[in-house]
Design a protein around this ligand. Structure first.
Ligand code: NAP
Length: 298
């Protein structure tokens, strides 16, 4: 492959909230953009902003050297492209949310049709697209990424290549957004409900949060060090200490009539650690617990 695709025409498939933001950012970045959407009105709405719309997905793909998918899911992408799309020499950048297995399947599917494939994961909202702080992860063959990176910069201020394992961007999405950010935000919403109910206002929470987030960063870094070294000993706080405090917290939350479902989940995990005889270790020992699949429970 060449290292660049000068004057690339980029087709954006899917003009929902995210697809429209991606198309606008590409156009702002000076790229020739053609958009397609299953229901044509959303694509046509972008014409007012100087972006070309095409009601035929075949024509939009044929016109482009880079095709960016931002439809709802992998099934929608296959449905949109049809069984035998002409992808010869084109690069499909799939920003549609999917699993690592779907990324691997789509890589094979695209390669069989003569195209190149990159899996992408957007860790941002539509308003962030095109801005410096916008986080988008990519995975797949490095030469494919290198050839289109200059175009991807219009979408993600600083695009991040994760690895050549095509599922690795999706693994980050599942782990960070699915398993960490989502429960954290749900826990925060429950915590805010409890605190405001008990008379601690949003302004106080906002001030306190700045301090607490930097503590959280340190704790996350220490936890990663424990996982890297396999040394889970702590001279700061054992899981047992967290567990005792968590029991006190949950009793208070329940007594005040609030919900603390993520706190309950944490207490469940602390219980698993205690049952495994590891309560004297630090929090990083949680990462060593076996998966709770049927037949694999404690
Ligand atoms: N919004 C975010 O903050 C965000 C953040 C990260 C990742 N994402 C990911 O970006 C993707 C799009 O999200 P969105 O927020 O733009 O959702 P959205 O506003 O609901 O748009 C969904 C898009 O998918 C299209 N679509 C649905 N089913 C289809 C099908 N069977 N065939 C063809 N097109 C189909 C819709 O077309 P119609 O208009 O015809 O229904 C529309 O263009 C999702 O995978 C989402 O997880 C979104």
């Amino acid at each position: 492959m060449t290292s660049e695709v000068p004057g690339a025409t980029v087709a954006v498939l899917g003009c929902g909230l995210m697809g429209s933001a991606v198309a606008r950012a590409l156009a702002r970045g000076g790229h020739d953009v053609v958009v397609w959407n299953r229901s044509p009105a959303k694509a046509q709405a972008l014409e007012a902003e100087g972006i070309r719309a095409d009601s035929s997905v075949e024509r939009a793909v044929a016109a482009a050297s880079i095709v960016i998918s931002v439809v709802r899911d992998t099934d929608a992408l296959r449905e949109a492209l049809g069984a035998q799309p002409r992808l010869d020499g084109r690069t499909l950048v799939n920003l549609t949310t999917g699993s690592p297995a779907q990324a691997a399947e789509t890589l094979t599917w695209v390669t069989e049709r003569g195209g190149h494939y990159l899996d992408g994961v957007i860790g941002a909202f539509p308003d962030d697209i095109g801005r410096d702080h916008c986080v988008v992860y990519f995975a797949g063959p490095r030469p494919v990424y290198d050839a289109v990176e200059h175009v991807l910069r219009a979408v993600a201020g600083t695009p991040t290549f994760v690895s050549e394992d095509v599922g690795s961007a999706s693994v980050l999405d599942v782990g960070i957004v699915g398993m960490f950010v989502m429960p954290t935000l749900v826990a925060f919403a429950e915590a805010v409900a409890y605190m405001t109910e008990r008379g601690v206002g949003a302004d106080v929470i906002r001030q306190t949060l700045v301090r607490d987030l930097s503590a959280l960063r340190h704790q996350m870094s220490d936890l990663l060090t424990g996982v890297e070294t396999g040394d889970h000993a702590t001279d700061q706080a054992t899981v047992q200490t967290y567990a005792h405090a968590a029991d006190v917290f949950l009793e208070e939350v329940r007594a005040s009539g609030s919900r603390g479902r993520l706190l309950e989940a944490a207490i469940d995990v602390f219980g698993d650690v205690r049952d495994a005889g590891l309560g004297g270790d630090g929090l990083s020992v949680i990462a060593t617990l076996p998966a709770a699949h049927p037949g694999n429970e404690f």
